[in-house]
Design a protein. Sequence first.
Length: 375
Amino acid sequence: MRILIASDKYKGSLTAPEVAAILKRVLESQLPEVSCDVCPIADGGEGTTEAMITALGGERMHVATEDAQGRAIPASYGMIQRDGRKLAVMEMSAASGLAKVSDRPLDPMTASTFGTGLMMLDAAQRGATQLIIGIGGSATNDAGCGMARALGWRFLNPNGQPITTMPRDLDQLSQILPPAARLSLEIQVACDVSNPLLGPEGCTRVYGAQKGVSDASAHERRLQHLTEVVKRDVKDQELANTPGAGAAGGLGYGLMVFGHAHLVSGFDLIAEAIQLEQRIAKADLIITGEGKLDGQTLHGKGPLGVAQMARRLGKKVVAFAGAIEPSPALLANFDAMHALKPAEMPVAEAMARASELLEHSAHQALPMLRRILAR
């Protein structure tokens, strides 16, 4: 019997390969008839670079950049030779992610994607002509304006002075000017959510709180003003409502506007590279998961993609997650779901003990797994 372990990371606790290794060890030791195919996944968020380098080969490139609050930090991305061209693969979270500023109070009025732009610039200077960028786990809500500034775009107030603090000062935006020379990069954005830029399902109202946004209306007004200036000065096509425009605090929108990027499903992009569909077809049972299964999972996250692909191929699918907020729509996609965190355990403790809790949960699930495999 063959079990495919295609889990995403448990953010802040375990990487996707670590999750897979624990499950493989338990299952193969307790179910002698089982062999496990380990296939870590990502959906455009953290872990995208690792998944793509593993699938396609390549090397890590190291770059000096800055975090979302402007502090100098090192970061890395992947460089892959493909069809005689250089393909750069990176995650915005390597520079502008929440984890990079976890040691200080969040300031969404000044949090910037400038460091992400520096990584993109470095890749172009090293000869990359194609770029895949995963956008997830951001600490920002600046619609990619910081990234654009790093690439040479200028944002001016009514006095013709440059605006550098975003999104705080976006309400003063009067004019946007292009860089002297634009990057020669074909950009694909591996996007893990389908949210638009604005509105009740937009980046501010859905994800802003986790980045410290307390006045959602003020942020919404600033981003709305940005779209009006963009339509006049940069691109008259309406892009704010494009699914994924609101990803990573609006970086999806910024990459389309300032980088002529194409947004694609991060899950689909990576699934093709790692031949996920073929591996699901060969398995008798699929195991997937992430740190938390909830309403956000339904917006295109990796475990949902795995489950839907498994369903199409007539396979049973089980999820392990740190925490689960079940809903009818979520439950309909899985044959079983197992939460690692006991209800009474604080989240911080559960995250610190994630390895132990995952191993315990896997042991508890063994009778159920045996029943599914026996069918």
